[in-house]
Design a protein around this ligand. Structure first.
Ligand code: ATP
Ligand code: MG
Length: 346
């Protein structure tokens, strides 16, 4: 047994389903998701639209609402109060309330939907701070709010403004400041910058990275922008049709992606450090999640598919530096390893 450090969050074989009116209308939006998030790491999640990224985040943070259900799996959080872990799938609403903001906080895509437009910012910070520190004084709330706003580059005077008076970028940053208010161990961000322009995106992300280095929280980060993700993240999970098809250090995804889908995704994004070239999308479209084909869900779009890909669904397996769910890559890996060991034995 190796003494691997205890992760901060451990997702084990998690399924999430949107229940339809009849069984054949059920959408299995996440299937058998297994991944760890370590303390202080930035884990990126990428994949085409409808691959299940937001569904996974809402299941992890228990912000899902009907018709979503979690029929199988665990999301274990290891924090100071629960050194042996607490399963967030099973936790009661009260337990979840105690964990939100102080252990896990969330920045969703639409800042306007999360900030109340007709409430002054200070009141929203006060609510969050008081929820976990009921005795905090008004003066302390103002000091802490000023500090938090400054952290994300907003002048403290903005605390007396209404959310509707702020620009899109300021609102998004205010939301990040709010997410930091109770010094959580984990911040979950679902496309936190799509509502703002590219320059603002960079600014916001630079702030997040700086704060992350300073405060050491872990981040799960979802975006469509793979180039950005590869720059920011320590590790990246690639999702396809509700499954993780590859999980590897960002550098490996950038330089040596294993799964044919990751390779296609990687090739359809420009890199900052590469000369310009024509980009190709991945031909075809993802399968219907209500009726997944047997075998590999990517098979119909894959140029490397072999017979086994049509019959057996590939599991996410260890391929050295990466984990990937691909029969072809797995066979190559096994063959290479066997070759290396016979070479070494000689
Ligand atoms: P995007 O990149 O567009 O945000 P995503 O990867 O976040 O996509 P999800 O929003 O998690 O994908 O959706 C995964 C699947 O679940 C999709 O097929 C979607 O249609 C389905 N889905 C999402 N929300 C619901 C819902 N409330 N009811 C039924 N199906 C849903
Ligand atoms: Mg989404």
């Amino acid at each position: 047994m190796t003494d691997a450090p205890i992760p901060l969050l451990s997702v084990r074989d998690l399924d999430v389903m949107y229940l339809g009116l009849t069984d054949d209308q059920n959408v299995k939006a996440c299937s058998g998701i297994t991944l760890d998030v370590h303390r202080g790491e930035i884990l990126g999640i990428a994949g085409e639209s409808a691959s299940g990224k937001s569904t996974l985040l809402t299941a992890i943070t228990r912000l899902q609402s009907p018709p979503a259900v979690t029929p199988k799996g665990e999301v274990i959080l290891y924090d100071e109060k629960h050194p042996n872990g607490i399963d967030l799938v099973q936790a009661g609403e009260r337990e979840m309330r105690a964990l939100r903001w102080s252990d896990i906080s969330i920045v969703m895509q639409s800042a306007m939907a999360c900030l109340n437009p007709v409430t002054r910012l200070i009141a929203q910070f006060a609510d969050t701070l008081r929820a976990h520190q009921p005795r905090i004084s008004r003066a302390q709330i103002r000091t802490r709010t000023a500090e938090l706003l400054q952290m994300v580059g907003i002048a403290p005077t903005a605390m007396d403004k209404y959310a509707h008076e702020l620009s899109g970028g300021m609102r998004q940053r205010a939301l990040i400041a709010l997410a930091l208010a109770c010094e959580p161990d984990l911040i979950v961000m679902d496309e936190p910058t799509t509502a703002v322009d590219v320059v603002m995106q960079r600014q916001i992300l630079t702030h997040i990275l700086r704060l992350q280095e300073e405060l050491g929280f872990a981040v799960i980060f979802v975006t469509h922008d793979l180039s950005l993700l590869l720059e920011m993240a320590d590790r990246v999970a690639i999702m396809y049709a509700g499954r993780i098809v590859e999980l590897a250090p960002a550098r490996t995804i950038a330089e040596n992606p294993q799964h044919p889908y990751t390779q296609g995704l990687r090739n359809s994004f420009p890199s900052l450090h590469e000369p310009r070239q024509v980009r190709h999308g991945i031909p075809g479209s993802p399968p219907d999640l209500r009726a997944l084909p047997t075998g590999c869900p990517f098979r119909a779009r894959c140029r490397e598919a072999v017979e086994q890909c049509g019959t057996t669904r590939p599991e996410l397996v260890d391929l050295g530096v990466s984990r990937a769910a691909c029969h072809v890559r797995h066979e190559e890996f096994v063959a290479d390893t066997a070759l290396a060991s016979t070479g070494a034995a000689r």
